[in-house]
Design a protein around this ligand. Structure first.
Ligand code: DGT
Ligand code: CA
Ligand code: CA
Ligand code: ZN
Length: 583
């Protein structure tokens, strides 16, 4: 039992209690969230702490402390089990639809018997939703549209990557500790960094499978074992997500991960290439075809790199394996030099507790960035137009002094006094032009008015892009994958404006966002739009998101030199300054 298991439990407890108490502001929900934050900020493993020690931590009450102990001691929490029974996965999914708050959810369950997306759609189609108090034809239409845009309807429900990846990483870590295990990888759409996944596919190289299968069956997330044999176990998590774990011989690990990473279309193209070269590719390896047409000598199987090489092509990074031109490009040795985490020299969307939603101090956040070896860092706390979380002029100017003072302590890193500006409904920005010109660097983002028409949304973005105090556009659509659709825009017009005004498009690495999406990144790359990959960190624990931003960039075929925060210090500073009116 580790810290992350306890954190995951508290998150689930908070979200299910929100449904029960019909408000995210309820005392109990806050108690679980505060406890989660307290544990996040404490270096010790909560499993090693007694109930008394836990309750001594700021933010953890007695009752939550005893639930944590219950979880550590027994592997489950009675309260959570009760909540899971009352709010099964199909109901939790409903609660994520914008416009369906906990109160409305309770109403449609009791009055209309709606228990999942399908029955909700039926209630909408028969115009029953609008008959309930507090709802009308307008909200009915809005909910219907959200269901379509989030892709919730239909048989193949998908899980947002933010829910799947942490779970897969935990399972991979656990399986690495099994004695007979040589290597473990998650494969499938998750390894390709698709923003939603149908299931989790894990491939294990082991000298003996039985211990692995046992470890999978005993895993804390394994709620319902679907099947378990010598080489494959499948289970469902409490949230209804399927996990498939397969065991292969270490010598075949590369062939197996390649096969199970897919995509299916990429595999088919590779198999065709193999056939064209009189060989055969399958999940066990690449083989010669003997004279009798039978499978002949083994050519490669242990690693993916060897197999690509034997196919006489460049290694294709997993996020590109979607059969959208990468096979031909790799065969011609014309893959772009993709951006990688090691190329990143700075983070340019970065909060401190100057923002209402920031949770680490300026000194802590800067020290953490320095530990990554960054050469520049833009502190971009929220502008004043953001309710509660924004800062007024006086506060910003004080913040500037604090940033300048701290900068002296970091000779190898340039601290930029920045701001996350709010793009208003018509494209207006915070403060005034003169005040904005004082910032060294800005990211402008949409945080409100998600319901305007596509034309209005496009116009507001273009107006912000045209402003000379704007360096970049943050989280382009404001979506939360699988939960909030984000604004609708004409992507071509926005990309054209970004190119014309030389403003960078952010790839936000927060897993719930991954915004701009990889499909938009690919178009931006083709259009010559500059990119910037950021973490949007609000806490020192969030800098690892850079990797997720980079994987999204790779999925969009982003070359290193098109990403401004891979550039050396002077080159980057020159670009950041060239539009800015000098105060
Ligand atoms: P998902 O789970 O819907 O998000 O997408 P994937 O790509 O993870 O698909 P999944 O889980 O059905 O299968 C995992 C990988 O296994 C897939 O990417 C490629 C491989 N695979 C599965 N079925 C086939 C098949 O019929 N032919 C080939 N060539 N590969 C397959
Ligand atoms: Ca899959
Ligand atoms: Ca699968
Ligand atoms: Zn932000």
């Amino acid at each position: 039992m580790e810290r992350r298991d306890v954190l995951a439990m508290l998150s689930e407890l908070a979200s299910l209690t929100t449904l029960e108490e019909e408000s995210p502001q309820s005392f109990k929900v806050r108690a679980y969230e505060n406890a989660r934050q307290a544990l996040e900020g404490d270096a010790r493993n909560p499993a090693d702490l007694s109930a008394t020690e836990l309750a001594k931590l700021k933010g953890i009450g007695k009752s939550t402390a005893s639930k944590i102990r219950e979880f550590v001691d027994t592997g489950s929490v009675a309260k959570l089990d009760t909540l899971r029974a009352t709010y099964p996965p199909s109901v939790v999914e409903l609660s994520r639809i914008p416009g369906l708050g906990p109160k409305t959810l309770k109403l449609i369950r009791s009055e209309l018997g709606v228990e999942d997306v399908e029955s909700l759609k039926a209630a909408i189609d028969s115009e029953k939703l609008r008959t309930l108090p507090g709802l009308g034809a307008t909200s009915e239409a809005k909910i219907s549209k959200a269901i379509d845009r989030l892709g919730l309807a239909g048989k193949d429900r998908r899980t947002p990557i933010a829910d799947a990846l942490p779970l897969a990483e935990r399972l991979v870590d656990d399986l690495r500790r099994v004695d007979t295990v040589v290597d473990v990888a998650f494969c499938g759409s998750l390894r390709r960094f698709s923003e939603t996944v149908g299931d989790i596919d894990i491939t294990v190289a082991a000298t003996d499978g039985s211990l692995v299968m046992e470890a999978v069956r005993n895993h804390i997330e394994a709620n319902d074992i679907l099947l378990s044999g010598d080489t494959k176990t499948s289970f469902l998590t409490a949230a209804g997500l399927q996990v498939d774990v397969r065991v292969v011989a270490p010598a075949e690990f590369g062939a197996a991960t390649m096969y199970f990473t897919g995509s299916k279309a990429h595999n088919i193209a590779l198999r065709q290439r193999a056939i064209d070269r009189t060989s055969i590719l399958n999940e066990y390896g690449l083989f010669e075809i003997g004279e009798d047409g039978e499978t002949g000598a083994l050519l490669a199987s242990a690693s993916e790199a060897e197999i690509y090489e034997a196919l006489d092509m460049a290694f294709v990074p997993p996020p590109m394996r979607e059969a959208t031109g990468e096979v031909d490009a790799a065969a011609a040795d014309e893959l772009p030099e993709l951006v990688e985490v090691s190329h990143i020299r700075g983070d340019l969307h970065y909060h401190t507790d100057r923002s209402g939603d920031g949770r680490s101090t300026l000194a802590e956040m800067v020290a953490e960035a320095a530990s990554k070896g960054y050469e520049y860092l833009a502190i971009t706390d929220h502008g004043e137009d953001l309710a509660i979380n924004g800062s007024n002029r006086e506060e910003m100017l004080e913040h500037r002094e604090a940033i300048r003072a701290l900068d002296v302590d970091y000779p190898d890193m340039t601290l930029l006094y920045g701001c996350e500006l709010n793009i208003g409904p018509k494209g207006g920005l915070d403060y005034d032009a003169e005040f904005r010109a004082l910032f060294d660097y800005t990211v402008a983002s949409v945080h409100s008015h998600f319901d305007q028409s596509q034309d209005e949304q496009t116009a507001r973005l273009v107006a912000a892009i045209a402003d000379p105090t704007v360096n970049s556009i943050g989280h382009l659509t404001g979506r939360y994958i699988g939960r909030r659709p984000g604004i609708e825009i004409d992507v071509d017009i926005v990309l054209e404006a970004l190119f014309t005004f030389d403003v960078a498009l952010e790839i936000n690495g927060a897993l719930q966002r991954l915004d701009a999406a990889s499909s938009v990144v690919r178009r931006a790359v083709d259009r010559g739009v500059k990119l910037v990959i950021n973490t949007d960190s609000h806490h020192t624990s969030e800098l690892g998101r850079m990797e997720y931003g980079v994987l999204t960039a790779q999925r969009g075929w982003a070359p290193r030199d098109q990403v401004v925060n891979t550039w050396p210090h002077d080159e980057f500073m020159e670009w950041a300054n060239h539009r800015r009116p000098q105060p």
